[in-house]
Design a protein around this ligand. Structure first.
Ligand code: FAD
Ligand code: ZN
Length: 486
């Protein structure tokens, strides 16, 4: 074990201050406080200090100094992660490395359809930088105003446009990473084709900061949308939802870019708690879908295509009511309501959350089955199953009956057992887009195959032999050599 006494941290603080300057080393408890608690307020950490390097060289020197002192590091972006990976643990022995100052757009190459950005760039700023040049960076999610691209990469974020553009992993051509010993590994050449051995960037994407600190990335851009059409429709059952999904994909010429499930119970929570959320239809229905078609052609005929899709769906009896946004403002309102479902649950109080995926062909059946099993044992609790069902991903959350949280937390493990048990039966994943972090590492150890776990541990061991990078995520035990060779 390294010397973790206070004087050792004092030495390290002096070294780090020499690298990042007074501004880059935060020790004031009030300034540290928001960085030591996660977005869901489940994990409270401690740290001797937070370092805020502003250049890659500074990140490299910071990491080398911490490695030298044998002190582990927790990288932090916008701290919007939902699995507790972005805050240090309770020991007070982990240095927090916040990337917020490393936030330059290095280059936008129109002809190559790429943008090169530093890890601390806020996602919305990257979207805007692309838009200013008539381009689209399609990653889009509720936290886009504060999450950073380094965090998006490290969690392999999904969000609202995966259906058409893929998740974060599909949007990256190269990375720059500071390795756990301080060396910089870089491939920012921006090549779309490069079959020269293992594709190393993919190791760091979704690694949750466990293999190094991402400092920059070269991302794919697309032609900006010149036309987009958004509708909110009501449906009576989930088989109709998935039938509409198939029809919309086929009949739109593959221009369906979003397909989000919004259950009535979620809309009710949004209307109840979130200012500005508006009920778009007069009547109440059990299920709603927000769908969007988009194209880079201004005369793409999307309005007509959407009307045709919805008319056919009415005739089939899948869709029973709906509205097509007539203006951009109306479309924005519909998306606001979609995101307000998340905020509504948070403001409502306790909830137990699961972020799971199954094949889209089994989505409707999966939700119905898991809901029925929960209803049988816990008839009063409310299931809020919503989100990116077009990607086979559903946020399967459970809220207590209105105004009564008695015994709710105690029922949590039973909810999770039912949901994850059903996921396993349906051949799905226990974490579709939020990652493992600290929240799901025991579960991962449970459900991953021994070969998966061994390969992951060997990779961790190879890249980070001293186990210094975010040691408390992904793995239940510290991944030391002895642990590896069980
Ligand atoms: P953080 O929370 O700071 O960090 C997340 C993880 O990445 C941590 O393990 C951290 O150590 C590591 N990390 C951060 N930066 C770096 C770096 N530069 N190098 C190495 N490791 C790093 N997620 C989705 O996928 N889809 C959604 O639709 C979605 N919607 C959301 C909506 C809301 C309202 C909120 C609050 C969150 C949502 N999320 C969603 C989760 C979250 O926004 C994403 O996980 C996001 O990608 C995290 O980015 P961040 O900058 O906040 O990272
Ligand atoms: Zn989501």
């Amino acid at each position: 074990m390294p010397d973790q006494t206070r004087p050792a941290f004092q030495d390290l603080a002096d070294r780090l201050r020499a690298i990042v300057g007074e501004r880059g080393l935060v020790t004031d408890p009030d300034a540290l406080a928001p960085h030591l608690i996660d977005w869901r307020r489940r994990y409270f950490g401690r740290t001797p200090f937070m370092v805020r390097p502003a250049t890659v060289d500074e990140v490299s020197a910071v990491v080398a100094a911490c490695a030298d002192a044998g002190v582990s590091m927790v990288p932090q972006g916008g701290n919007t992660g939902l699995v507790g990976g972005s805050v240090p643990d309770e020991t007070g022995l982990q240095v927090l490395v916040n990337l917020g100052r490393l936030n330059r757009v290095r280059e936008l190459d129109r002809a190559n359809y790429t943008i090169t950005v530093e890890a601390g760039c806020i996602l919305a700023d990257i979207q805007q930088a692309a838009a200013a040049d008539g381009m689209l960076f399609p990653l889009s999610l509720g936290a886009e105003g504060s999450c950073q691209i380094g965090g998006n990469l490290s969690t392999n974020a999904g969000g609202n446009a995966v259906l058409h553009y893929g998740n974060m992993r599909d949007l990256v051509l190269g990375l720059e990473v500071v390795l756990p010993d301080g060396r910089v590994w870089q491939d920012l050449r921006g090549l779309r084709k490069d079959n020269t051995g293992y594709d190393l960037k993919h190791l760091f994407i979704g690694a949750e900061g466990s293999l190094g600190i991402i400092t920059a990335a070269i991302l794919k851009l697309f032609p900006a949308h010149a036309d987009s059409q958004t509708a909110l429709v009501a449906l009576h059952d989930l088989s109709s939802v998935m039938a509409l999904f198939d029809a919309a994909r086929r009949r739109s010429g593959d221009q369906l870019v979003a397909f989000e499930l919004m259950p009535r119970v979620g809309i009710d929570l949004a209307l109840q708690h979130v200012t500005g959320a508006i009920d778009p239809l007069e009547e109440r229905y059990p299920h709603y879908v927000l769908l969007e078609l988009a194209s880079s052609r201004s005369e793409a005929g999307l309005r007509a295509a959407l009307e045709e899709i919805l008319e056919a769906a009415f005739e089939e009896g899948w869709v029973v009511d709906g509205t097509i946004a007539a203006t951009e403002e109306q479309a924005r309102q519909l998306w606001f309501l979609r995101e307000a479902i998340v905020e509504g649950q948070r403001l409502n109080g306790a909830s137990i959350k699961h972020d799971v995926s199954v094949k889209t062909s089994r989505m409707g059946d999966f939700i119905d089955t898991a809901k029925a099993r929960l209803a049988e044992r816990f008839p009063d609790d409310r299931v809020v199953a919503f989100g990116h069902v077009g990607d086979g991903n559903v946020h399967f959350n459970i809220c207590p009956p209105a105004g009564d949280e008695t015994g709710f937390a105690e029922r949590g493990p039973a909810f999770t057992e039912i949901v994850f048990g059903t996921v396993a039966e349906f051949g799905g994943s226990i974490s579709a887009e939020h990652g493992i972090g600290r929240l799901r590492r025991e579960k991962l150890a449970d459900v991953a195959s021994p070969v998966d776990l061994e390969l992951m541990r060997r990779i961790k061991q190879a890249v980070d032999p001293a186990n210094l990078m975010n040691p408390h995520v992904l793995f239940v035990e510290p991944s030391t050599g002895s642990d590896l060779d069980r």
